[in-house]
Ligand binder design. Structure first.
Ligand code: HEC
Ligand code: HEC
Ligand code: HEC
Ligand code: HEC
Length: 314
């Protein structure tokens, strides 16, 4: 009787599972930087000169890499390790139901979001329309549709910075805190010096905006100041999340030092209420609110003196 009930519910469960593939539950996946290159040659050329691109060829060969991998276990090579791949590689799928393979270092979709669900949407101006004849409504809809499908646009300043810190701050929900701690305990770099301006405005910078899309434009002091604050906000939130999940002293100290540095920088700017709110409650939501609140504000008076020198840009 009991067995019979069991097998009945098992049958129901099995048939439900069989139904699953027909409903689209597939997570969006990466298509790889070559797909983007077709239309974004200038950005691709910049990326090819970065460490993100170059590291694909050699990071796995470093003795340190082999030591860290051995301590973490679970795979014979960095490229096959799901842990290492989360931050070191772009896992690309040809199709949703094909296996994902490490095809490049961190690339376009590592920063702009896996593109399978947004690529066809992000540059679709509406039937018969071109970039300059697209209606304002269509444009707004396109921005939000692509965003909902996982795209991180260039104007999503906080999200972009937060995304860098998920890798560079060793603080992300999709890697177990015990594993993050184990990385640090086994000599994985725990770099407290990641600062958003120095890291984003050197080799990584690609800003080919109108009116002259042939120029990779540098930011002016007002843009740099605002971006610096957004970067510190993202570090504060990332470190706060890291601290909340920390299981190990060395990892905890790393996150504490990141937290303290970001707090010190943000505390020096006293005239923005959203900064105080963020310091009281360091959440992503408050980070986004801060970015929105300062989007037209000139903070250079209090921030310019904190900006890193150009010679420090990576
Ligand atoms: C078929 C051509 C095409 C392909 C392929 C393509 N894009 Fe685009 N992309 C465009 C066009 C055109 C725009 C400008 C859209 C607009 O006018 O808003 C754009 C805009 C963007 C933007 C927004 C720029 C901004 O100002 O925020 C990003 C980011 C971007 N693409 C990233 C990618 C990435 C990453 C890939 C690869 C996964 C990719 N694109 C593939 C044509 C393409
Ligand atoms: C949470 C993200 C993350 C994970 C997971 C991760 N790494 Fe890293 N790794 C980084 C970042 C970011 C750097 C660059 C640190 C810096 O110098 O600022 C790095 C640097 C390294 C370096 C030094 C590279 C160099 O150029 O000297 C090695 C070696 C390394 N990682 C190995 C590994 C191995 C092996 C794994 C898997 C067991 C792994 N990492 C998992 C983010 C990560
Ligand atoms: C390390 C993270 C990172 C990587 C990798 C990256 N981007 Fe970006 N991208 C950004 C950021 C941050 C911005 C915003 C720049 C700004 O406005 O200051 C941006 C802006 C853009 C823009 C708008 C500015 C412009 O140049 O037109 C496009 C388009 C774009 N990215 C496409 C790409 C493509 C294509 C690739 C891969 C070849 C790529 N990005 C790789 C972070 C990244
Ligand atoms: C998917 C994870 C990931 C994301 C997202 C990411 N990075 Fe990286 N980045 C890495 C790893 C891993 C390395 C180290 C590569 C190595 O040395 O093997 C690195 C290296 C770098 C370097 C070279 C540092 C040096 O010492 O030469 C710079 C600069 C950089 N990243 C900037 C950024 C910025 C800015 C962003 C966000 C706009 C960003 N990265 C987003 C993983 C990431």
């Amino acid at each position: 009787m009991f067995l019979c009930k069991m097998s009945k519910s098992l049958t129901i469960l099995m048939s439900l599972l069989l139904l699953l593939p027909s409903i689209s539950l597939a997570e969006p996946h990466n298509e790889g930087p070559k797909v983007c290159m077709e239309c974004h040659e200038a950005e691709y050329d910049v990326w090819k000169e970065t460490k993100h691109f170059a590291a694909y060829k050699d990071v796995h060969k470093k003795p340190k890499a082999k030591e860290i991998l051995a301590a973490i276990g679970g795979a014979k090579s960095m490229k096959k390790s799901p842990v290492c791949s989360t931050c070191h590689y772009t896992l690309v799928k040809k199709k949703a139901d094909k296996p994902a393979k490490a095809k490049a270092g961190p690339s376009c979709e590592s920063c702009h979001g896996p593109s399978s669900d947004w690529k066809a949407v992000h540059n679709e101006y509406g039937s018969g329309a071109k970039a300059d004849t697209e209606t304002a409504e269509h444009k707004q809809q396109r921005y939000s549709d692509a965003k909902d499908a996982g795209m991180i646009w260039s104007f999503m300043h906080y999200e972009l910075a937060e995304n860098c810190t998920s890798c560079h701050g060793l603080s992300r929900d999709d890697v177990e805190p015990e594993i993050l701690a184990k990385l640090v305990a086994n000599g994985h770099p725990a770099n407290e010096n990641f600062e958003y301006i120095a890291y984003s405005q050197g080799s990584v910078r690609h800003r080919f905006y109108p009116p002259d899309v042939t120029v990779n434009a540098e930011m002016d002091t007002i843009q740099l100041s605002r971006t610096y604050v957004i970067g510190q906000a993202a570090i504060l939130v990332s470190a706060s999340n890291g601290l909340a999940r920390a299981t190990d002293d060395k990892y905890k100290l790393f996150q504490q030092n990141r937290f303290d540095a970001a707090k010190l920088a943000l505390s020096a700017i006293t005239d923005i209420p959203e900064i105080k709110k963020l310091l009281d409650e360091p959440t992503s939501e408050n980070g986004k609110k801060l970015a929105e609140a300062i989007k037209d504000v000139d903070l250079s008076k209090s921030v310019a003196k904190m900006l890193p020198e150009k010679s420090k840009y990576k």
